[in-house]
Design a protein around this ligand. Structure first.
Ligand code: ZN
Length: 301
């Protein structure tokens, strides 16, 4: 017999380009099982995800997937639930939601990893009661999600903040590495771009290396238009950069320089830019919230 609190379970999948972090979570947000699945081919990876959840099938109310992208979020589209134009080999047009739904027979919540993380930080993390909230991650890639009026932003597509055009810094000759745009934000300062600039991985670069000033300047160069557009009350920065507090302070300082006292509340918003309150759990808790929302939607239908 399952324990009382184990009768209603949710599946959470943080689907990343190198690994899928899976968890079985109770309604009280207790994690009762986890599995890390390597991102190989869609068939192989999704089969392992299904096998992890299968023993809990009778208790699962829904599964939420917070995925790398771009993904199709349009419920009217024939490719809803697919990962679409990713350059990741084998994952172009991979049907994630359909595959999991057919195998597990439960509703599947579906959104980008960054919209999921934004939801989790907004509900339980560093951005409680901060509406709008922006979550941006700077790592292997750069992505951003946003909560406006309590909901993750969707529309024609989903936000793609990592590909914002940024003003090139004087003297910076780096061509950028984005296969679509060259010198967009991601092309200029994502992990692999820093590795190309420095000939070594970002985690091996000293905290006082001038490259971090450059990272802060480009990041602020993207966060300023995001701030002007969405008026966020909080910006949560995850990924490798979010774990460097000195860098968050540099980004805020640069943001104020770019603002030049124009938007006055920004001058007083000392706690605007923060690290994730849920630490490395933002992603999986975001997927849990997507599962919870999918279960609620099923009950209403
Ligand atoms: Zn780009």
């Amino acid at each position: 017999m399952p324990l009382e609190h184990e009768k209603e379970l949710y599946g959470a999948v943080e689907a990343g380009g190198t690994k899928f972090n899976c968890a079985v979570i109770t309604a009280a947000r207790d994690i009762i099982g986890t599995k890390r699945v390597a991102t190989t081919t869609p068939a192989e990876t999704l089969q392992e995800v299904i096998e992890f959840f299968a023993p809990h099938r009778d208790s699962l109310l829904a599964v939420g997937v917070a995925s790398f992208g771009p993904i199709d979020l349009d419920t009217e589209s024939s490719t809803y639930g697919y990962i679409t134009t990713t350059p990741k080999p084998g994952w172009h047009n991979a049907d994630v939601v359909g595959t999991l739904n057919r195998a597990l027979g439960v509703p599947i919540g579906w959104d980008t990893d960054v919209n999921g993380a934004a939801l989790a930080e907004f509900r339980w993390g560093a951005a409680i009661d901060c509406d709008p909230t922006v979550y941006i991650t700077v790592g292997t890639g750069i992505g951003g999600g946003a909560i406006v009026n309590g909901k993750a932003v969707h529309g024609l597509m989903h936000p793609e903040m990592g590909h914002l055009v940024v003003k090139r810094l004087p003297g910076d000759e780096f061509p950028g590495i984005c296969p679509y745009h060259g010198d967009c934000l991601e092309g200029m300062i994502c992990g692999p771009a820093l590795e190309r600039r420095n000939n070594k991985p970002g985690e091996e670069v000293a905290a006082d290396d001038p490259i971090w000033d450059l990272v802060a300047q480009y990041l602020a160069g993207a966060l300023y238009p995001i701030t002007l557009l969405l008026s966020p009350k909080r910006i949560v920065i995850g990924g490798g950069v979010g774990s460097r507090p000195e860098l968050l302070a540099k980004v805020m300082a640069r943001l104020l320089v770019l603002n030049n006292h124009y938007v006055q509340p920004l001058d007083k918003a000392a706690g605007l830019i923060v690290a994730p309150g849920l630490g490395s759990q933002s992603g999986v808790m975001g997927a849990f919230e997507l599962a919870r929302q999918a279960a609620v939607a099923r009950q209403k239908a």
